[in-house]
Design a protein around this ligand. Structure first.
Ligand SMILES: Cc1ncc(COP(=O)(O)O)c(C=O)c1O
Length: 393
């Protein structure tokens, strides 16, 4: 079975482009051009150069000695937290701003949950001198205040989304509305492997640098390109897509996707899409979606703003239903404890999103000789206040 996208924009039965007619010209323009543009030598050269000199790639693959000793297995951390702006999101925004320039666009819009994608978008807009508007749920604006301040300082306008759960889903709705109203000059930089085709594929390709690097870094350290496990947290799924990308068709490498169980999978306050979701359409793509019996989207919940999304990218919906990836759900409490543990054991304060993937060691036992690569998707600076409040530090 094939796990990556087919020529029609589907991962198995998931994906496609289910969009209002008024978005069609924008999405079609992108679909017709994205692969051609990405293959241009001048695009590749500029993308690689910026990833190296501006983002600071390659990000290290770090052997976490004390964490490995504690859980009696070999744990490597892929340090996306060390990227400029503090998370993996910037790999994608660098790619998309170059894409927008080549499509002749002058105005950028984006949605953001944790604010990492918003910051990464505001950053590349400052870099390229482009107008930038970021939509963000009102709740997320409150819980990710440092990132809101950063976006403003970088020259972006942050517009609050006031409907629904006032989180990521609602911010995405506002961004789509804006794009419909501004079809000619605007490019929408989607921040994850979600949205209508070609977004999930385009974002996955920009993030694929993560597994491209893991392969040669692991070869240097372990004499093989293949870990036994690759682990990543999943909101929409972009850091996981990047970490899995070059291993998708290699079933020797086991893939683990970690979702947010919030206050418990069946508590009514959760974002565990694979367990709770059914087939549906959200933001232009057919995927697994948390919804009521009559198809209304269920409001998601997670302590981490970046995992608080009722859907999941179509690649992940397919990885789940095909059984290619194992999905594990982690509660707020378990994630917070794991975040504090990494801070104390390794001197690395992770983003709360990332803390979810670090909590798997209490759910799953690995063999001593297993090589487990965890994608450390982001740093915890933006979450310090949340950690302080939670642990009463
Ligand atoms: C540090 C970090 N990790 C993970 C995520 C989840 O997004 P994705 O599933 O697209 O990687 C976010 C989203 O904001 C994030 O900031």
């Amino acid at each position: 079975m094939k796990h990556n996208i087919d020529s029609k924009g589907y991962y198995g039965k998931f994906g496609g482009a289910y969009i209002p007619e008024m978005l069609y010209p924008n999405v079609e323009e992108l679909r017709q051009n994205y692969l051609k543009i990405m293959a241009e030598p001048s695009f590749k050269k500029e993308f690689d150069q910026l990833l190296k000199d501006y983002v600071g790639r390659p990000s290290p693959l770090y052997f976490a000695k004390r964490l490995s000793e504690k859980y009696n297995t070999k744990v490597y951390l892929k340090r996306e937290d060390l990227n400029h702006t503090g998370a993996h999101k910037v790999n994608n925004t660098i790619g998309q701003i170059l894409m927008a320039q080549r499509l002749g666009k002058t105005r950028i819009i984006a949605e953001t949950g944790a604010g990492q994608h918003g910051v990464a978008t505001a950053t590349v807009c400052a870099l390229m001198g482009m107008e930038c508007i970021v939509y963000m749920g009102e709740i997320d604006i409150a819980r990710q205040a440092p990132n809101v301040a950063r976006m403003k300082m970088l020259g972006a306008e942050v517009r609050p989304a006031l409907s629904g759960s006032r989180t990521l889903k609602d911010a995405t709705n506002e961004a789509i509305r804006d794009w419909i109203n501004n079809p000619i000059d605007t490019h929408y930089i989607i921040g994850s492997v979600v949205g209508p085709h070609p977004y999930p594929d385009m974002v996955a390709r920009f993030q694929a640098i993560v597994s491209e690097e893991i392969k040669w870094q692991l070869l240097e350290k372990e004499g093989t390109e293949k870990p036994d496990y690759v682990v990543a947290c999943v909101g929409g799924g972009s850091n996981a897509a990047g970490a899995f990308y070059h291993y998708l068709e290699d079933t020797d490498v086991k893939l683990i996707a970690v979702e947010a169980a919030g206050k418990g999978i069946h508590s009514g306050e959760s974002a565990a899409t694979s367990v709770l979701g059914r087939e549906g359409i959200i933001h232009g793509s057919k995927t697994l979606l948390m919804q009521t019996k009559d198809g209304q989207i269920t409001e998601p919940y997670s302590i981490s703003a970046g995992l608080d999304y009722p859907g999941v990218g179509p690649m992940h919906a397919h990885l789940y239903t095909s059984g290619r990836a194992e999905f594990i759900s982690i509660t707020d409490d378990d994630a917070m404890i794991a975040g504090l543990e990494l801070s104390k054991l390794e001197g690395i304060i992770p983003a709360i999103e990332t803390s979810h993937s670090l909590a798997i060691f209490d759910k799953k036992t690995f063999k001593k000789e297993d090589v487990v690569v965890i994608n450390l998707s982001g740093r915890g600076d933006k979450d310090l206040q949340n950690y302080i409040d939670y642990f009463k530090l």
